[in-house]
Design a protein around this ligand. Structure first.
Ligand code: G3P
Ligand code: CA
Length: 340
């Protein structure tokens, strides 16, 4: 990076961290825009060439995951895309939450002790957005950040998009969003289908072209197929494939060609690539990008001498196109350092 580029990045980090501190100190959480009042904010643009850093749940290595603070920090640390896991509330608002349950990342048990189902779980789908706004968002295990510091709230998807688009406007960068529909089949069973309202919402926010700065990800191929075929989405899509997922059967030439009919890439668990690095070449031959998950300082594979070595091996030896990481600064450094 040039000295000018370094200075600009540091200035960006300082400015954004000032806002981050305000959030962490419990400043008033911005009220969500009335969705019907929000103006479309065209954010489409040419895709950034080259490999990308995807901030997994924001800068979740440093701050409670999926909070606006974690997204702002990820932005400042150089992420190209920032991930939002999405679930629906009872009143059909998309919120940024990894689990369909609330108890591992909020204080829901303290505030609403009587609202668990018979299985003992507190489902976001049983709460209104107004109720969820009362919760404190907390760092999950491993506790990377003081778990009970107040001032963090569950973010809505609208707030996340508005934050990232506002930062794009103030910095001149073009950071993208990387939303994941969480358990759409389960949501459908609850009477909360996700795909159509999700597509309507992102299009209202300007993500409406094949080159928009968005990747739509899901573990359920049927959901991606529905978006592409029935709903006519042109947005880039990524099929996630877990380490014990039967969908691993798709990770050969014919299966990947099938995936390419409705997706632009795959998001395999990183262990799958360690076992079969040839998956990357097979995916590329099918026209698919490869964005493995999830890279973290605490879980470096023993064959690597350092986190940086692991990241560089995946970027440059395995030739992946991007990675999900809780530590976007580390991936940025691995990607942009001039010497190994
Ligand atoms: O979406 C990529 C990665 O985040 C998938 O794993 O469980 O963290 O959503 P998970
Ligand atoms: Ca995810």
């Amino acid at each position: 990076m040039t000295a000018r580029g370094t200075g600009k990045r540091i200035l960006t980090i300082v400015v954004i961290l000032a806002g981050l501190c305000a959030l962490a100190m419990g400043a008033e959480t911005p009220q969500p825009s009335a969705e019907t009042d929000a103006l479309p904010h065209p954010n489409a643009g040419p895709s950034q060439p080259g490999k990308i850093v995807i901030a997994h749940r924001g800068a979740s290595g440093y701050l409670p995951e999926h909070t606006l603070a974690a997204y702002a920090m990820a932005y400042a640390l150089g992420a190209d895309y920032i991930e939002q896991d999405l679930v629906l509330t009872k009143d059909r608002h998309f919120i940024c939450l990894h689990d369909i349950e609330l108890e591992d990342t909020t204080n829901v048990e303290e505030l609403f002790p009587d609202r668990k189902r018979d299985n003992g779980k507190y489902y976001a789908a049983d709460f209104t957005l107004a109720e969820i706004r009362q919760l404190r968002a907390e760092s999950r295990t491993p506790r990377r950040f003081e778990p009970r510091l107040d001032g963090f709230r569950v973010a809505t998807f609208v707030e996340a998009m508005e934050l990232i688009q506002a930062l794009n406007a103030s910095t001149g960068r073009n950071v993208g969003i990387y939303p994941e529909l969480k358990q759409p089949a389960w949501h459908r069973e609850q009477g909360l289908p996700m795909e159509a309202p999700f597509l309507e919402l992102v299009m209202r926010y300007g993500y409406d072209r094949p080159d928009a700065r968005i990747y739509v990800q899901c573990f359920e191929a049927a959901s991606l197929q529905l978006l592409r075929t029935e709903l006519g989405s042109q947005l880039p899509q990524i099929l996630l494939i877990g380490g014990k997922d039967p969908a691993q059967a798709l990770l050969q030439a014919e299966g990947l060609t099938q995936v390419a009919a409705y997706a632009q890439g795959i998001g395999p668990a990183r262990g799958l690539l360690e076992q079969r690095p040839e998956i990357v070449a097979l995916a590329h031959a099918a026209g698919l990008q490869v964005h493995p998950y999830t890279f973290a300082r605490e879980s470096v594979a023993s064959r690597y001498p350092s986190f940086n070595a692991e990241l560089r091996h995946f970027f440059f030896e395995y030739d992946i196109d991007g990675m999900f990481t809780d530590f976007p600064d580390a991936a940025y450094e691995a990607l942009h350092a001039e010497t190994p």
